[in-house]
Design a protein around this ligand. Sequence first.
Ligand code: HEM
Length: 187
Amino acid sequence: MPNEKTADYGPLNHLFGTWEGDKGEDFAPEPDEDATSPYYETITFERAGDVDNADEQVLAIVRYHISVRRKKNDETFHDQVGYWLWDKENQTIMHSFTIPRGLCVLAGGKFDAKKVNNSRITLNVAAKLGEEWGFVQSPFMRDNAKTLEFTQKMIVTKDMLSYTQTTVLDIYGRIFNHTDFNTLRKV
Ligand code: HEM
């Protein structure tokens, strides 16, 4: 991939580096009693250059890895790898990622430059099953723990990153809002 250093990462420029946070809270489905788990989290974002699609679309690429550990026992209970992509021409943000349950997500949204305020940027992306921005999930997940919707809002400043996200699931015979939020500091 060309130009890791000279690619125009636009609003994603704020992401690079390693972030750590200990204020995470996860609300996840269980068959009997749904569980709230406070968590620690580390996110690392790296420059990955840019790419041309069909000789026309240019996307700047940020590669990342997320590791989430339960406060209770320090064990990793969520792992995630993916990319944030910036389409400058269309002022569009994409967030593509996979979680190791047999699920891939491609969420997207318009970047609102009016919301850039003292170097504080807001990234909003969403996906919905069967729509333009959506999911690929394994047959097992489709039949037993189907992801229907994902929305994420991330706010980033020079040294603080916070997010809230909701994953709507069809699991255990009901619709469940699986939510996560955290605030992280640059290290
Ligand atoms: C901080 C982020 C996250 C944490 C800590 C987390 C944690 C959990 C936990 C504890 C469960 C319950 C199942 C189990 O006990 O293993 C679960 C289920 C699930 N999560 Fe997440 N999750 C996170 C983010 C996400 C995201 C971003 C997605 C997808 C967009 C996702 C999709 C799912 C699905 C499909 C299930 C159902 C599987 C099942 O419960 O058997 N999660 N998650």
